[in-house]
Design a protein around this ligand. Structure first.
Ligand SMILES: O=C(O)CCC(=O)C(=O)O
Ligand SMILES: [Mn+2]
Length: 204
């Protein structure tokens, strides 16, 4: 979408990482179409996590998609990825063009309302290519998103608009945590897609 192009791209981190907010990259019609289609066609599942040896389920739903059926371990649970759908490939193309990077997988999160969020973490799983870009595309409800520096605890907040793109790269994951804080002010669902680069083992 050249309409909303590059002069608005901004690094929102003051140091120790690059996280570019590209603003809105999908128009209203695209937002509505992809939000509805993903809601209906993605194989959403409640997330399982092993926490202190116990298997817990999150209210938030998740799904992993990729170029191949790679297996991945996430929060202590090993799963197999689904193959990209037509719409995910279309969105990947838009995000790759806008961010000038490439991706081979996507983690989708569905938050049913503001009550659901994600705690502070960084995306540094072993299967991810070290310091590769992670592109986060948001659909549905607008939500606040926060970064916290791992050492000096400085916080940076941003509102992720409907149809917006945020690209975390370079040393962002090494030096900063991020989270989606729960809120009592949002009552409608949000879908977030994070396009990532998995280091695929040879022969897989
Ligand atoms: O929902 C979001 O905006 C971010 C999700 C996230 O950080 C993740 O899936 O690792
Ligand atoms: Mn994350």
């Amino acid at each position: 979408m050249d309409l909303f192009s590059s002069e608005t791209i901004k690094n929102i981190l003051p140091f120790d990482g690059v996280t570019n907010y590209h603003g809105i990259v999908l128009d209203k019609k695209q937002c509505n179409f992809y939000y509805q289609t993903l809601l209906e066609t993605i194989k959403w599942k409640n997330d399982e996590a092993i926490i202190f040896g116990k298997k817990l389920m999150t209210k938030r739903k998740v799904a992993w998609y990729g170029e191949s059926e790679f297996s991945y371990t996430y929060s202590g649970v090993t799963k197999t990825a689904n193959i990209f759908t037509k719409e995910l490939l279309e969105l990947k193309k838009i995000v790759e063009k806008e961010s000038k990077e490439t991706y081979n997988s996507c983690l989708l999160n569905l938050y049913h309302s503001g009550e659901e969020g994600m705690a502070y973490h960084s995306d540094e799983e072993k299967m991810l290519k070290k310091n590769s870009a992670i592109a986060s595309l948001s659909l549905g409800a607008e939500r606040k998103f926060s970064f916290k520096h791992k050492k000096n605890k400085q916080r940076i907040d941003i509102v992720l608009e409907r149809g917006s793109l945020l690209v975390m790269k370079e040393f962002t994951q090494t030096n900063w945590l991020h989270r989606l804080p729960p809120t009592k002010k949002v009552f409608t669902p949000r879908i977030n897609l994070t396009f990532r680069t998995i280091e695929l083992q040879q022969g897989v």
